[in-house]
Unconditional design. Sequence first.
Length: 344
Amino acid sequence: MRVLNDTFLKACKGEETSYVPVWYMRQAGRSQPEYRKLKEKYSLFEITHQPELCAYVTRLPVEQYGVDAAILYKDIMTPLSGIGVNVRIEPKIGPIIDDPIRSKKDVEKLGTLHPKEQIPYVLETIRLLTKEQLSVPLIGFAGAPFTLASYLIEGGPSKNYTKTKALMYGDRETWFLLMDKLADLTITYVKAQIEAGVQAIQIFDSWVGALNSDDYTDYIQPIMERIFLSLTGRNVPLILFGVGASHLIERWNELPIDVIGLDWRMSIKQARSIGVNKAIQGNLDPSLLLARWDVIEPRVKEILDQGTERDGFIFNLGHGVFPEVQPETLRRLTEYVHSYKKKI
């Protein structure tokens, strides 16, 4: 694979780097004028089904901002069609599933993912990027079982995940059957991405923060252990990220992963003080990118000061880039991070 800049990969492994690597969640799309122009013509799924176009969207922020990694442009819902789920993305709403899961029978209907037959466009996009177009590592990703389940059960985005929790608490057998099926999906999907050429994997458990620590330990952690154990030994760093999940960080630190992605609710200093010994990625509040630079800079400096106390730090946001963020702000932020405490 053609990787000329491996700074991000070194940081994932906890190795010393000459500067702090940086990339941004949702760096591909949303705030970029070129992307918005494409979206006038194509939907998200239509873009991801065209490898050349999807590769262009993926590499655009690398070229524009100078970041140290690209993240594959797609949605966490992408593989669900392969197991028989009819999902669509509604503008300004998100994923919608017309036939949500309500019973064990619904779970039993879910099929098995066959990536080469069902999502070949994803694998071809990866091959295009890693063999021909990128000089930085490509991050592949997948949604974690709880987060995928929340959409499958709720039928779309939710604020409280009441239906999801009701199934989890009320029907343990059905819950773990669903978790096992989604774990198998995640493992198969991620392995296919690795075989196609991605050099790192991020698992998004975006909404698992809705659970308390004890319930996470009981209902989720064994599933996550199975997923990550099945992916170890491939020399591909594994990153775990969620929103509002600071109370789960100690549980995450027990998982066989390489990097913990923090949102802005817990500082890097706090994470390390409770025993986090893995590489850390994060964690500027993305809302700050809508402020003036004189407001942004001291917040970034504080994160960098804490992050650079040890090797194994990747600068990122605490969640994704908002559509309103100006590309120039991300360019300036990248330059600032790269120049900060640069080691000669």
